[in-house]
Design a protein around this ligand. Sequence first.
Ligand SMILES: *[C@@H]1O[C@H](CO)[C@@H](O)[C@H](O)[C@H]1NC(C)=O
Ligand SMILES: *[C@@H]1O[C@H](CO)[C@@H](O)[C@H](O)[C@H]1NC(C)=O
Ligand SMILES: *[C@@H]1O[C@H](CO)[C@@H](O)[C@H](O)[C@H]1NC(C)=O
Length: 320
Amino acid sequence: CFVFVPTLHTCPKECRCPPNFPRAVYCDNKGLTSVPKIPPHTWYLYLQNNLIEVLSADALRNATQLRWLNLNRNKITSEGLEEGVLNSMSHLVHLYMDDNLLSSVPSPLPATLEHLRLSRNRISKIPAGVFIGLDKLNLLDLQGNKLMDDAVTEVSLKGLNNLVQINLAKNQLTSMPLGLPPTTTQLFLDGNNIEKIPVGYFKGLPKVAFLRLNHNKLGSSGVPKNVFNVSSILELQLSHNQLTEVPLIPSGLEHLHLDHNKIKSVSGSNVCPVSVDAVDDSVNDSVPRLRYLRLDGNEIKPPIPRDVILCFRHLRSIVI
Ligand SMILES: *[C@@H]1O[C@H](CO)[C@@H](O)[C@H](O)[C@H]1NC(C)=O
Ligand SMILES: *[C@@H]1O[C@H](CO)[C@@H](O)[C@H](O)[C@H]1NC(C)=O
Ligand SMILES: *[C@@H]1O[C@H](CO)[C@@H](O)[C@H](O)[C@H]1NC(C)=O
């Protein structure tokens, strides 16, 4: 006689496999030093907060159906990533490897990836062509690594045809990264050593909407007059730099952070994107859209000039 044996009993003894979520295997926070035997039906594998140093092709041989792999907070080095282990997961969509010991972006990666999180490793290298074929990748998080200017180039970023968000905060960049794709919407560069922005830099990024450059070394001489006058930008964060003047902003900008710079004065004539006299409530498009403005930590003395208020009719909050 034939007895049907469900595969659920193959849950690794170190892990939890909730019956109401049969494709998930939870092996997080177990002090594991290696990857347990993963059942072949697994889609979601949680291995975060362990002591895993090596990801061997053998251990994950049967895990070809994985969609989501969380390896955050382990001890995986680039040497410990066995050749081919990641791209053999031909359905993988989310790969999280924050807080490990990687020195290079893992390669090769599966072409199905949409989110790749690699923050707080020791990454100084992006292998040339590692993203070629990764047409679905839309989020790349590389914050808190050791990337220098020569690592982030047109050659290393080639293939990111659908990237939406890139986080390069807290690296060692001294100039704006080159080779970002025109699909980029969110660009986070806080906590680097960027001193200047090339003229027309954002012309190559027609969709950029959220731009964060807090905690860099930008002075007003390093910011070309029109560089931020890009109609797609909704949020511009330039806190903790060395700006002495308010940069020119686009009319559609909604959030502007200029706190902790060296700005001495602000007036309607230097901050309003249109002529203050031309701001007319009855002509909808003439009113700049700024809603939130931070100017604290500068050398500006209150009160806020009346023409600033007259310019920004939509302003909900101003910190000075
Ligand atoms: C993979 O599956 C085969 C066949 O079911 C099994 O014998 C083997 O132990 C599995 N290996 C791992 C690492 O899970
Ligand atoms: C800013 O850009 C807008 C739209 O492209 C343009 O009309 C405006 O003249 C620019 N402002 C300045 C001061 O160059
Ligand atoms: C002004 O324009 C915005 C966006 O174009 C629109 O959503 C809003 O309804 C308009 N407001 C008025 C009062 O026409």
